[in-house]
Design a protein. Structure first.
Length: 190
């Protein structure tokens, strides 16, 4: 089974997504870091200048750090670094998107819940064989739907296998979409 990389949202911590990761893949090990940036006391995975406007230099740096953390953890805990699937929510989904676009090969796949474009790459990576589920809320006040659509386009342009699902909700997750994520995972990774 792949190792699940759990990536929380702004203001969350490493405990938040463990139940979801376990629901999606009960027998997987879960690697769950806490974001290293604090925004008014709230942990995040990279800095932002304003809501939805990212500090791209910090994003680049933090994405590299996270890739290094995954490699170091694989050596330390003896899991296969070529079989890591991210499950990220909101800010966690956005750093997962950044990992996919800037460090191809680090993730075998990703479940990105409420994602947007983290940055516009100059050149697209080769993500052949990488499976990505994007799960979006049609009425999300924080994540503009065109940005989720654009992320899908970027990932497909990178040859990833992408599934985008829309839900009649806002930024919070619905039980139904978590069940859908578990089914999607079973189809692609077991
Ligand atoms: C971000 O900053 O990554 C997005 O705006 C989502 C969030 O609020 O965390």
């Amino acid at each position: 089974m792949p190792t699940m990389l759990a990536l929380h949202g702004t203001g969350g911590d490493e405990n938040d997504l463990i139940p979801l990761a376990k629901m999606i893949s009960p027998t997987s090990a879960v690697l769950s870091p806490r974001g290293r940036v604090l925004e008014q006391g709230m942990p995040r995975f990279f800095r932002r200048i304003a809501e939805g406007i990212f500090d791209l230099e910090d994003l680049r740096l933090r994405t590299g750090e996270l890739a290094g953390f995954i490699a170091d953890s694989a050596a330390r805990y003896k899991f296969d670094p070529s079989r890591v699937v991210a499950v990220g929510y909101s800010n966690g989904a956005n750093i997962a998107g950044s990992l996919l676009l800037s460090h191809p090969g680090v993730l075998a796949g990703g479940i990105l819940l409420r994602p947007m474009v983290p940055f516009e790459p100059d050149t697209l990576p080769d993500l052949s064989g990488t499976h990505v589920l994007l799960s979006a809320g049609r009425h999300d006040p924080l994540i503009p739907p065109p940005s989720t659509e654009r992320l899908k386009t970027l990932l497909e342009g990178s040859k990833a296998d992408v599934t985008l699902t829309w839900h009649e909700t806002g930024h919070s997750l619905l039980p139904r979409e978590m069940e859908q994520a578990a089914r999607w995972f079973g189809q692609h990774f077991s």
